[in-house]
Design a protein around this ligand. Structure first.
Ligand SMILES: Cc1ncc(COP(=O)(O)O)c(C=O)c1O
Length: 358
């Protein structure tokens, strides 16, 4: 079996989760009669201190439901330049909600008030009115970083005072909360809508959810139907999500410790650059010296030796992602493989340099 560090989306349902799926009581969710989905939606709304929740097929879908709910056609949203909604949702805001996206450079995927000051537009026919601010916590391409609670409060207050709505892409909100020992409802309290993924660190085969006010969630239900995401006996996947919320949140700390262990070990290797202190959650980004080769080449060499790590967001950058199917021993094995490759690569490079200049 390869050591799977490409993404937490590769995790397999555990035997206990499969049992929960097998014994799920189901109904027709499109007419609101799946008791397991209803239980999940009530559970997450309560957990996050919101009036209501709507189950969705994927994180992309729940984010796009959030955009639909918070905007009118022709509006503009603001987001940090590495944000998933801006970069990896296939232009969804424009296609589905008629909303344009404006990217603002931040700090490791995070935004603060000084970066946002002066960015709200409207009141002039030249501009699409800015009506929504989207944040991501933890950040993905931003580097697995998390927001301090006071920064979230400050930024969301700033947005609300100026009439904007706020949406959190909380695909990995529980990683962020475990890393900072913050209650998820304190984070959610800052936002109008929050999306959560069950199929990442929580280890479910699929599923996501959007939370917010009862009014907004009624609109989100309509959006989900429009997007083709209203399902029938969804209880089989909602059961997995309930199991994950009960069993898989606290253990995220192990994934974070594994990511940090990986980063610390590879920081000792030649040609590798990693900001160990920046590894806050389950994502460890690192760079390979161009003199060694590219991220794609390294990824291929690792793959040939049974370690799956993908290039991520740049020619030289890779991302290792830990999750519940990655053990501490596997982390040590992955480091050993990486050590072997970069050390041999360095030797090969020195030989060829000697040839060139000798
Ligand atoms: C930050 C973030 N938001 C949203 C998503 C979308 O989730 P999905 O792949 O379930 O559509 C991802 C997926 O990796 C993500 O990392």
């Amino acid at each position: 079996m390869p050591i799977e560090l490409r993404s937490d989306t590769f995790s397999q349902p555990t035997p206990a989760m499969r049992e929960a799926i097998a014994s799920a009581v189901c109904g027709d969710d499109m007419v609101g009669e799946d008791p397991t989905v209803n239980r999940l939606e009530a559970m997450v709304a309560e957990m996050l201190g919101k009036e209501a929740a709507v189950f969705a097929c994927s994180g992309t879908q729940s984010n796009q439901m959030g955009v639909w709910v918070n905007c009118q056609r022709g509006d503009e949203l603001l987001i940090e330049s590495t944000g998933h909604i801006a970069n990896y949702e296939s232009g969804g805001p424009a296609i589905l909600s008629g909303v344009s996206v404006r990217r603002i450079s931040g700090d490791f995927g995070r935004l603060d008030v000084e970066q946002l000051e002066g960015q709200i537009r409207g009141g002039n026919q030249h501009f699409a009115p800015t009506t929504l601010l989207c944040l991501e916590n933890s950040t993905n391409l931003g580097g697995g970083r998390t927001y301090p609670l006071d920064q979230l409060q400050r930024v969301c207050d700033w947005a609300h005072e100026r009439g904007l709505k706020t949406h959190l892409d909380g695909a990995r909100i529980f990683n962020a909360c475990v890393a900072r020992s913050i209650a998820p409802r304190d984070v959610a309290n800052c936002f109008d809508t929050v999306s959560i993924c069950f199929s990442k660190g929580l280890g479910c085969p699929m599923g996501s959810i959007l939370v917010g006010s009862a009014n907004d969630m009624a609109r989100a239900r309509r959006a989900r139907k429009v997007f083709g995401g209203a399902l029938r006996q969804t209880g089989i996947v909602a059961a997995a999500a309930i199991h994950a919320l009960e069993q898989h949140i606290d253990r995220l700390a192990d994934d974070h410790a594994n990511a940090r262990r990986f980063a610390e070990a590879i920081s000792q290797l030649p040609h590798i650059h990693v900001d160990v202190a920046g590894v806050e959650t389950n994502l460890a980004f690192f760079e390979i010296d161009p003199v060694w080769g590219t991220a794609a080449q390294l990824s291929q060499q690792l793959k040939e030796r049974g370690v799956h790590i993908n290039p991520a967001g740049g020619e030289q950058r890779l991302r290792a992602c830990t999750h519940l199917d990655v053990t501490r021993d596997q982390i040590d094995q992955a480091v050993a493989v990486l050590r072997e490759i970069v050390t041999q690569g360095a030797a090969a490079h020195q030989t060829s340099s000697a040839g060139t200049y000798g």
